[in-house]
Design a protein around this ligand. Structure first.
Ligand code: ADP
Ligand code: MG
Length: 599
């Protein structure tokens, strides 16, 4: 357990970079502050000793006032130094958290875009941002407290043995008993129990999230038992583990621990009684009484110190899980950037024996797929759902890298191009293109931030967005997502098309949207499509086969393989999968028309 903690700390201090020194300074100051904080007690003891020595003739004591001032100065000094210590640790902690965020972001910049589909942005944000914030508590407070308390503990030990080692040893006995009790709770096989208990807690909170997430399904399907059962089992498992750990394992040691720490003088009083006769005989009974008073007061410090170390230790556990979450982000795969990037010769696209398997998937999503798209051609990818169309399209802008084979743009393997240059060359409009909560103008300009307002307006015009701008209160400067300014799916699609038009890339990858096919939008989207694809290389994933009739080539993907390839007429003649899909499509269309006529 100890080794792990150290490595956590090493990792954290690694993120601190040049602020590591500031952390050390803060910790040292915290130690000094704690020792200063103890001085007043010693002054009180010294003053008491002087007074008792001269009793009852108080006027003979000269040092009392001096001790008083010293105590006051030490107390104030302790507070000031502690304040400085926290300044240092906080500054270092904030910088460390910032560094974690920065390094995480830098890492995410190199992560394939596809990874963000599987990992919701909210979760990534929570992992990185939340976890970075959680490390602050450890670095800013807990560490300073641990070091300060350890310093206090050590100097207490020293003092204890200085004044009267026998009474000191009696006090320490209590500390030894309580530490032993604590270790028996956390060490050995109980460490495993503790881990199980924490795992159960984790499962419970996950099951809770699942349960809440499943409420819509439960409501729609009137299905209550299943998700509730999992949640209930998780709770029962957790409470059984919690009860076993607290009652079965911790009850006795914790009782011993609390008794020993809170009643540290249980050993002191018998020790004093044993020592008293000898002290009486030696004639120095006054000193003996003073010492006893000192130990009675100081033994309380031991329990405070132990409690504080326990408390701070929980901070290290929190930081441990936070670091785990940060690591998950830092372990996200990255795309390799070629050392000597090559420039594509033209806007042709070629798949050369490409296979691709998603992480953790059993079957390949693409299985030895080859096809070519000549510069300026429009090639349609069609096929049953799950055939691999979206996957193939997302390999072109390197949302993922192929598992086998190569995707080439302009005769160059995309992995050998400069990633930025590739991004500039390829525009993509996917089904789930999200618009930012920003003005329409900014949304369109996201693809080319240096575009002028006029250029953005021209792109919106080309994408047939005139009606959208006309109905919005502030036109192109309206912020989307603020009250009453939500866009329909088809409207969002057109704004996304404007974004792609503005980008003016040589290659366009389109995943056609079917969900938003109200007739009016449909016609406008088709027009916008036409404007976007003019004079460009186009890879079009089509769901309505009417849009692919005029394509230069149609690739039929089924279960990750190229089932057929050719023009519309050729494929209809071939009488294969495409011909069947075409027949189905026509039947559906005529059915739709008939039923609309019937209305
Ligand atoms: P299409 O676009 O033709 O409907 P996809 O390319 O989306 O097909 O999917 C191809 C296969 O890959 C399917 O079996 C699908 O379940 C799987 N798949 C798609 N996306 C992912 C992903 N992010 N992780 C794992 N498997 C995926
Ligand atoms: Mg798809």
């Amino acid at each position: 357990m100890n080794g792990k903690k150290k490595s956590d700390l090493a990792v954290l201090l690694g993120y601190a970079g040049s602020y590591r020194g500031l952390t050390y300074l803060g910790l040292a100051l915290s130690a000094v502050a704690m020792v200063l904080g103890m001085l007043p007690y010693i002054c009180i003891w010294l003053a008491a000793r002087d007074l008792i020595a001269v009793a009852p003739d108080w006027t003979r004591s000269v040092g009392v006032a001096r001790y008083g001032w010293l105590a006051f100065a030490a107390a104030v000094g302790g507070i000031v130094v502690y304040f400085c210590a926290l300044m240092c640790t906080h500054l270092a902690a904030f910088r460390t958290a910032t560094n974690i965020r920065k390094q995480g972001m830098a890492h995410l910049m190199k992560t394939p875009l596809g990874w963000f589909d599987a990992n919701a942005s909210g979760m990534i944000r929570n992992r990185l941002d939340g976890a970075a914030a959680e490390t602050e508590t450890l670095l800013a407070h807990n560490l300073a407290d641990i070091v300060g308390t350890a310093a206090m503990f050590l100097s207490t030990l020293g003092l204890m043995l200085v004044f009267d080692w026998r009474m000191g040893a009696a006090c320490l006995l209590a500390a030894v008993v309580s530490v032993a009790a604590m270790f028996s709770m956390m060490g050995g096989k109980n460490a495993k129990l503790m881990a199980e208990y924490q795992a159960a807690q984790d499962t419970m909170s996950k099951a809770g999230t699942e349960y809440v997430r499943g409420i819509p399904v439960v409501k729609v399907f009137q299905q209550t038992v299943y998700s509730f059962k999992a949640f209930r089992e998780a709770i029962e498992d957790y409470s059984a583990k919690a009860e076993h750990y607290t009652v079965g394992v911790c009850r006795v040691p914790q009782a011993v621990n609390l008794t020993a720490t809170e009643g540290a003088f249980i050993f002191l009083v018998p020790a004093a009684l044993l020592l008293a006769p000898a002290a009486l005989q030696s004639g120095n009974f006054a000193l003996f009484v003073t010492n006893f008073a000192f130990y009675a007061v100081f033994s309380a410090i031991i329990s405070t110190a132990l409690a504080r170390i326990m408390f701070a230790a929980s901070g290290t556990m929190l930081a441990h899980t936070a670091l785990g979450r940060i690591e998950q982000v830092m372990n996200a795969p990255t795309l390799t950037a070629a050392p000597n990037p090559q420039t594509p010769m033209d806007n042709g696209v070629a798949f050369k024996d490409v296979s691709f398997t998603y992480d953790g998937a059993q079957n390949p999503a693409l299985d030895h797929v080859s096809f070519r798209v000549e510069p300026g051609q429009t090639v349609a990818l069609v096929g049953p759902s799950g055939g691999g169309k979206t996957t193939a399209a997302s390999l072109i802008p390197r949302f993922w890298d192929v598992t086998d084979g190569a995707v080439e743009v302009g005769g160059v393997d995309v992995r050998r191009t400069d990633p930025h240059a590739l991004m500039e060359r390829v525009a993509f409009v996917f089904q789930n293109n999200r618009l930012f909560k920003a003005s329409i103008l900014e949304n369109v300009r996201a693809s080319r931030p240096d575009a002028t307002r006029e250029e953005a307006l021209a792109a919106l015009d080309a994408a047939q967005c005139g009606d959208i701008l006309a109905k919005l209160p502030e036109g192109v400067d309206t912020v989307i997502g603020t009250e009453g300014t939500y866009l329909s799916g088809g409207e969002q699609q057109r704004v996304a098309l404007a974004r792609a038009i503005l980008k003016d890339a040589g290659i366009v990858v389109l995943d056609e949207a079917t969900a938003f096919a109200d007739p009016e939008n449909e016609a406008l989207i088709q027009k916008a499509f036409a404007r976007l694809t003019e004079g460009r290389t186009v890879i079009l994933i089509a769901h309505r086969l009417s849009t692919v009739v005029n394509a230069d080539k149609i690739i039929v993907l089924d279960s990750g393989k190229v089932a057929e390839e050719g023009t519309h007429d050729e494929l209809v003649k071939a009488n294969g999968l495409y011909a069947r899909m075409w027949a189905d499509y026509n039947r559906a269309v005529s059915w739709k028309i008939t039923s609309e006529e019937a209305k």
